[in-house]
Design a protein around this ligand. Structure first.
Ligand SMILES: [Zn+2]
Length: 360
């Protein structure tokens, strides 16, 4: 009866006075009486990666979470392992082996040995460790695992508070997950809400942890707003970009419909003079322009053209939402912007390609 002695070992090692160990003991007693071997579950699959807080934020931002989305997070502490006994990946494997020895009864009352999933994250000083797949439900609170995710702070927090990197990693992990899933951190659950355990430790109170995560979420939201610099920085941005492409751009013709349209669109400058072309018996005036697309280097999915960038700033200055259509001739800011391009208008109209077609 190898499984019986393993079970006894695990109960003895973890000591008594813990609700779930008492539950395990009573299961053990019943098993002894009936001598009915449990059905062994397949080995638990774990992720095993360790991420820095920054890596974890990028990882969660990129996740495609399947429906139905989780509705709550549970905060736990490991109690054992303690901060001192935590050995990263080795401890993670020991936790996996521990969970694979747990006895439980399925919905049909059959005795089973081994959880197939456990908590999702173990947070320690050395990083955020990925355990059970964050895409799916795990196991952490008896009877409350459906649509739940579980985060374990490594250590025993009955008499002291988490601090240092452990605390910082916990705040970031809770913050980015609540933000990603549209959940309110004010509704954070503790294991002890549904158990006689102290978990996540008597020292940790919701009034202590929740405001810290709320502050992180505010900073995170602010960092994701497009950063619009003041108007003089915008002018120097445009000037710098125009200098960068100076070799590509040509001096524009005198103001024409196309040049004005390009200015209004905030394009950087003309690549060609106006060229008359005829396509399928339709005549056109064509002029190619340079468009600059910009994305902050730390936020490369926030792409704006230079013109959009400037208009976003104007909208912000006006206190009006973006897309406020104004006649640029009556708009002082827009005309100062126009002047940057207009300053370069020097030459009279010069047509390299004599146009003999007909513009319909
Ligand atoms: Zn717990």
């Amino acid at each position: 009866m190898r499984w019986l002695s393993r079970l006894k070992e695990s109960v003895d090692r973890e000591g008594s006075g813990d609700g779930e160990n008492q539950h395990t003991r009573s299961v053990l007693d019943r098993v002894r009486r009936n001598d009915q071997p449990p059905i062994k579950s397949p080995p638990m699959q774990i992720d095993g990666r360790c991420m820095s807080a920054q890596e974890f934020v990028r990882y969660i931002e990129g996740l495609d979470m399947p429906q139905p989305l989780p509705i709550r997070f549970f905060l736990h502490h490991t109690w054992i392992p303690t901060r001192e006994s935590w050995k990263g990946h080795n401890t993670l494997l020991a936790m996996k082996r521990h969970y694979e020895r747990q006895l439980w009864r399925d919905s049909q009352g059959r005795l089973r040995e081994g959880w197939t999933v456990g908590p999702h994250l173990f947070v320690a000083d050395d990083g955020i460790w990925l355990f059970s797949d964050i895409h799916y439900d795990g196991v952490g609170v008896y009877g409350h695992n459906h649509l739940s995710r579980h985060l374990e702070i490594v250590g025993n927090y009955n008499d002291e508070l988490p601090k240092g990197e452990t605390l910082r990693n916990t705040i970031v992990a809770l913050g980015v997950l609540h933000e990603k899933l549209g959940l309110d951190i004010a509704n954070l659950h503790f294991h002890r809400d549904f158990s006689s355990k102290s978990c996540p430790g008597w020292a940790i109170q919701k009034s202590w942890i929740i405001p810290q995560v709320q502050r992180w979420i505010q900073e995170y939201r602010a960092s994701r707003q497009p950063q619009v610099p003041p108007v003089d920085e915008l002018a120097s941005l445009r000037a710098a970009l125009e200098r960068l492409v100076a070799e590509l751009t040509v001096d524009p013709d005198l103001e024409s419909t196309l040049t004005s349209a390009a200015e209004q669109r905030g394009l950087v400058g003309p690549l060609t003079q106006q060229i008359p072309v005829e396509i399928d018996e339709q005549g056109y005036m064509v002029q190619f322009f340079v468009e600059a697309l910009l994305a902050p280097s730390h936020q490369q999915d926030e792409v704006l053209s230079l013109g959009e960038f400037e208009r976003a700033h104007e909208a912000e200055e006006d206190g009006s939402p973006e897309g406020d259509e104004q006649d640029p001739k009556e708009d002082g800011k827009a005309s100062s912007k126009r002047s940057l391009l207009s300053q370069r208008v020097k030459a009279p109209p010069h047509d390299h390609h004599e146009f003999t077609g007909r513009i319909r």
